[in-house]
Design a protein around this ligand. Structure first.
Ligand code: APR
Length: 236
């Protein structure tokens, strides 16, 4: 393959055909909620029951087998296997579908639905059951509660140092299924351009991002096709 160091950024659009709603394709409504009613620290303080219920339902969707990785997730796992240099998949999604599809180097910068975090110590636990304000962190102070391990609006995304270091070395940056409206992820294409990477967007609707190449279409069609092209012998 022509490219050695690859960074892929994914957003909600890659999981749309797995049956998960995106954030901004439905009049700002997300699973029938305003995002700010369920995805901010203020919302958690004001109405914790609603926030717990919302994330419990979404976690359950992942656990009951109704949501599965699609051809785009699998194509990225294949690309990682074929990459001879450094490969990093940065996802804004919290749905674990890249990991289920077999991707190894995944940094979920907005957290993970299948984890919970102690509100006192910050310790993170695998969580495959529903939980709420009555549940206690298993390893801390007896009064410690758990919150979803999700980066809400107004909170710091995770793994930023690692992500920016990988982008600085990248010769290929691919953005898939994200509207490019939420920073810092929306700024990664600029970082990749400064690093001299070839930048590609694969999305249903072209974003405003300054990519060298933009391809429009459904992720399950255009991602496997793009990966096949990259893996062709002598591909450019
Ligand atoms: N295939 C490819 N792209 C698609 C598909 C599809 N089948 N369906 C939708 N899209 C594209 C849309 O055109 C849109 O540009 O996916 C993008 C989804 O954009 P958003 O809903 O804004 O999702 P995302 O960019 O992941 O949001 C970023 O915002 O609320 C926060 O923390 C949340 O991680 C999320 C962040």
């Amino acid at each position: 393959m022509k490219y050695k160091n690859i960074v892929v950024l994914t957003g909600a659009g890659i999981s749309a055909e797995s049956g998960l709603k995106t954030f901004r394709d439905n009049d700002g409504l997300w699973e029938h909620h305003q995002v700010e009613d369920v995805a901010t620290p203020e919302a958690f303080k004001a109405n914790p029951d609603l926030v717990y219920r919302f994330y419990n339902q979404r976690r359950q969707q992942l656990l009951d087998g109704s949501v599965k990785p699609n051809a785009a997730h699998f194509a990225l796992a294949r690309l990682e296997q074929a990459c001879e240099g450094d490969f990093l998949l940065v996802t804004q999604n919290v749905d674990n579908l890249h990991q289920t599809a077999g991707s190894q180097r995944v940094l979920p910068m907005h957290g993970e639905l299948l984890k919970a975090r102690c509100t006192r110590s910050g310790l993170v636990h695998l969580m495959t059951a529903s939980f709420n304000a009555q549940d206690r962190c298993p390893c801390c102070h007896p009064a410690s509660t758990l919150r979803p391990h999700i980066v809400w609006f107004g909170e710091m995304p995770l793994f930023m140092d690692e992500i920016l270091a990988a982008i600085a070395r990248a010769d290929l940056f691919i953005s898939i299924g994200t509207s490019g409206t939420v920073y810092p992820a929306a700024g990664f294409v600029a970082e990749a351009s400064w690093a001299g990477a070839y930048t590609v967007e694969l999305n249903l609707d072209a974003s405003d991002g300054l990519f060298i190449e933009k391809r429009q279409g459904r992720a399950t069609k255009i991602v496997p096709r793009f990966v096949e092209e990259l893996l062709l012998p002598y591909s450019q």
